[in-house]
Ligand binder design. Structure first.
Ligand code: N2P
Length: 385
């Protein structure tokens, strides 16, 4: 009761201050949720409504399961401080890793970040909860480019988190001439020249076999068994010259300390490494690579869906989304975030991929069941030997 009285007093003081300052409402404009303009006038009744804002209904804890190196963790602290919800944060290495954990019956997760094709696959497997977009009003800030993707056209199960491309990262003072083809990863005559400097590839079935397929001139969604065996042979021929298969620790353990000079890479990760060593450079091979979009989803098994949606909405606030992009160097699908994003990031066509480049890229799609088993067989052979 006392708290309620204090809150009302505080709100009244704020209203008086705002009235005296004339334009006092302006700083709130970017912070306010889009519904705010439609909120009732600041009567006592309305203030009581405000007091009953969603926060008190939030769960005590939220289990967030994301890719490695894929968030500004300060945002998690900010969310905890603002809401009192404790976030238990953990990371995974790949879509397949995430899927395996969910299929093995892991039930603790509330927010996960699958890529495009994996959203499709998880919808088919019944692993995702339907989202209520009314609880995610910041959805309105999404860029058209990122909206209504083929894998979830009405955003019934997913909202975009980041998007980007997959190509090659290289240490420009060592790798010379600069790579312009997947041959720098797959042609033994080229890649083995950098064996001593160190070469890494993403430990990721769809990305690595997909890149080999592109190198061979095929689609990275190809399911022709002969083509997949060819891709496997290309990979096996280059593999002795690779040092590591790593997609979770390669920024901090390989690129930054100079343990490798060449790597198959997601674009943002190379820019993060370049903050420490400016020679790290990202290039899209001429054969083309992957354009992808990762998403925020709620597993069907989550018991804290309302809190998960609240968190997803909070992450899509333009200022929060911009802070995240400024940290991880991946383009944000939140159009309204652009005004808060560093111009260096916004204007780099290797990050905010330009249309000409996008036309050379391909989306990874969900594979039909029999195609998927050929891919899985090939991947097992690659990893076993
Ligand atoms: C960042 C992970 C990027 C995920 N380390 C690409 N889908």
């Amino acid at each position: 009761m006392k708290n309620r009285f204090l809150l009302l007093t505080w709100l009244l003081v704020m209203l008086v201050v705002a009235a005296q300052c004339g334009g006092g409402a302006a700083p709130q404009a970017t912070e306010a949720p889009p519904v705010a303009t439609e909120a009732p006038a600041a009567t006592e009744e309305a203030m009581a409504t405000e007091e009953a804002a969603p926060e008190p209904e939030l769960a005590k804890e939220l289990y967030v399961f994301n890719w490695a190196d894929y968030i500004d963790e300060e945002l998690l602290t900010m969310y905890e401080e603002e809401t009192g919800v404790k976030i238990i944060y953990d990371t995974y290495d790949s879509n397949e890793d995430l899927l395996a954990k969910l299929q093995a019956g892991a039930t603790g997760y509330d927010v996960i970040f699958p890529s495009d094709y994996m959203v499709d696959q998880m919808i088919d497997l019944g692993l995702l909860a339907e989202l209520d977009l009314n609880n995610i009003p910041n959805f309105q800030y999404l860029a058209d480019f990122n909206k209504n993707p083929a894998y979830d056209p009405d955003h019934k199960y997913s909202v975009p988190y980041f998007w980007g491309s997959t190509g090659i990262g290289y240490e420009a003072s060592v790798v010379d001439p600069p790579p312009d083809s997947w041959a720098w990863i797959f042609d033994p005559e080229i890649v083995c020249q950098y064996q001593d400097g160190g070469v890494n590839v993403l430990d990721d079935e769809r990305e690595l076999i997909g890149a080999a397929l592109r190198y061979l001139g095929y689609s990275l969604n190809d399911t022709d068994e002969a083509h997949l065996n060819e891709a496997r042979d290309v990979i096996m021929a280059a593999k002795p010259c690779w040092k590591t298969f790593d997609s979770a620790g390669y920024i901090d353990n390989l690129m930054i300390p100079g343990e490798v000079v060449l790597t198959h890479a997601w674009n943002g990760d190379v820019f993060v490494a370049a903050e420490e060593n400016e020679n790290w450079t990202y290039v899209m091979p001429e054969e083309g690579g992957v354009v992808w979009q990762d998403n925020m989803c709620v597993p069907a098994s989550s018991t804290r869906k309302a809190t998960a949606e609240h968190f997803i909405n909070w992450m899509m606030d333009p200022e929060h989304a911009a802070q995240n992009t400024n940290y991880v160097w991946y383009p944000s699908p939140v159009e309204a975030a652009k005004e808060f994003i560093d111009p260096e990031i916004l204007e780099d066509p290797a990050i905010y991929v330009d249309d000409e480049t996008i036309s050379r890229l391909e989306w990874i799609e969900e594979l039909p069941g029999d195609g998927l088993s050929i891919w899985d067989r090939v991947w097992t052979e690659i990893k076993a030997q």
